[in-house]
Design a protein around this ligand. Structure first.
Ligand code: PLP
Length: 408
């Protein structure tokens, strides 16, 4: 029949199968196997799972503003699909640029108050494209040790001199900047908000050091764009350094509608240079119109009003204060990523499972994703959670925490 797989044969394939099966067994044995729950509904605060769970309260998406299933965002996608088609079957510079791509780039730059912006298929691509295009063996990049995997991979691809400073440690950054004075250009690269701990980079101090040592500052704003700062512009707005951060990379796949896509925004010549030299931009298909439509509408909603971002901040505050009062330790500060610190890996796993038994979907994280002994359940708050949703989550945590000995 048309659908039956044809097993490849031969000694090389047999060897590969044996090796992979043994490595898969090791992953299971180490307790780090990641299984995927299958969702049968839209992304949102309430989910239906194919395994039968209905009315599951979802606390583990990056849907910070609840725009992933916003009716206006969906309508904008449908309209863009109808008018501009399913996709471009082309990279941007051959015949893949439509008016909506240029409009979205202009809107992103305006949102961040920067000169220009360039779209990518993802922020992972934006991060793997920028360092290699921009930095040469004459230059240096200084990177926080806990930066996202895509920044680490992007830096690996470039030939600059590499310095890794201790997480948010300004003394260490200063020492490394002194060491890096011998190079032509210094670029400090940091996540604006770190996704495992919900902590926020000390951008004021980083920008001061950058000024003192003649360096540029790059931030990855995936967990900040749309909701941090009084108008949701991000970490640079929150910390009052919008005019000091040179380059921002961020995603359209989290708060800004959640479809997909990423971008770099910053000085015009940098963006023009990336269009000429950045490999994930030059050698990958254009963003599909429906995806562009979603992000464009999400930005319109955020530029019209900061009410959604503020509602998320209030929900975050409610969760953090109620959980702290219940006796839990929540890492980070004022961020919708609320890591409930538990320490023990098995405790995090069984508590997350027991939360799902009570209809609350949260995920436990343990080594190697976070350091040994620092296992946690990461809760993510969204503007579309109701106060009752938040309270139900806190109540379930309290019950489950008592049952498993995480609370007295
Ligand atoms: N940077 C950070 C800090 C992230 O958390 C992520 C997503 O997990 C990315 C980059 C990649 O973004 P995208 O999903 O757009 O590739």
């Amino acid at each position: 029949g048309a659908g039956s797989p044809r097993a490849a044969s031969g000694a090389a394939v047999a060897g590969l199968r044996r090796r992979l099966e043994s490595e898969l067994e090791d992953i299971r044995g180490a307790g780090t196997w990641k299984s995927e729950r299958i969702i049968a509904s839209r992304q949102g605060p309430h989910l239906r799972l194919t395994s039968g769970g209905a009315g599951i309260l979802n606390f583990c998406a990056n849907n910070y503003l609840g725009l992933s299933s916003h009716p206006e965002v969906i309508r904008a996608a449908v309209e863009a699909l109808e008018k501009f088609g399913a996709g471009l079957s082309s990279v941007r510079f051959i015949c893949g640029t439509q008016s909506i791509h240029k409009d979205l780039e202009e809107k992103i730059a305006r949102f961040h108050q920067r000169e220009d912006a360039i779209l990518y298929a993802s922020c992972f691509d934006a991060n793997t494209g920028i360092f290699e295009a921009l930095l040469t063996p004459e230059d240096a990049v200084l990177s926080d040790e806990l930066n996202h995997a895509s920044i680490i991979d992007g830096i690996r691809l470039c030939k600059a001199n590499k310095y890794r400073y201790k997480h948010m440690d300004m003394q260490d950054l200063e020492a490394k900047l002194q060491d890096a004075q011998k190079h032509r250009l210094r670029l400090v690269a940091t996540d604006g908000a770190f996704s495992m701990d919900g902590d926020i980079a000390p951008l004021r101090e980083i920008c001061q050091l950058a000024q003192k040592y003649d360096a540029l500052v790059f931030i990855d704003e995936c967990h900040a764009t749309g909701f941090l700062g009084p108008n949701g512009r991000g970490t640079d707005e929150l910390l009052g350094v919008m005019d000091k951060v040179t380059i921002i990379n961020s995603t359209l796949g989290k708060a800004l509608g959640g479809a997909a896509g990423g971008y770099t925004t910053g000085p015009k010549p940098l963006i023009e240079f990336l269009r000429q030299r950045s490999r994930p931009y030059l050698f990958s298909n254009s963003l599909p119109p429906a995806v562009v439509g979603c992000a464009s509408k999400a930005l319109d909603l955020l530029m019209d009003s900061n009410a959604i971002a503020q509602s998320m901040a209030a929900k975050t505050q409610r969760f953090r204060s109620k959980m702290t009062a219940a006796g839990f330790t929540i890492s980070g500060k004022d961020h919708p990523i609320c890591p409930v610190m538990l320490g023990d890996a098995r405790l995090a796993t069984v508590m997350a499972e027991d939360m799902l038994n009570r209809g609350i979907y949260v995920i436990g994280f343990s080594y190697p994703v976070v350091p040994k002994g620092k296992a946690r359940i990461r809760v993510q708050i969204s503007a579309v959670h109701s106060d009752e949703d938040i309270d139900r989550c806190v109540e379930a945590f309290t019950e489950v925490g008592r049952k498993h000995g995480a609370l007295p």
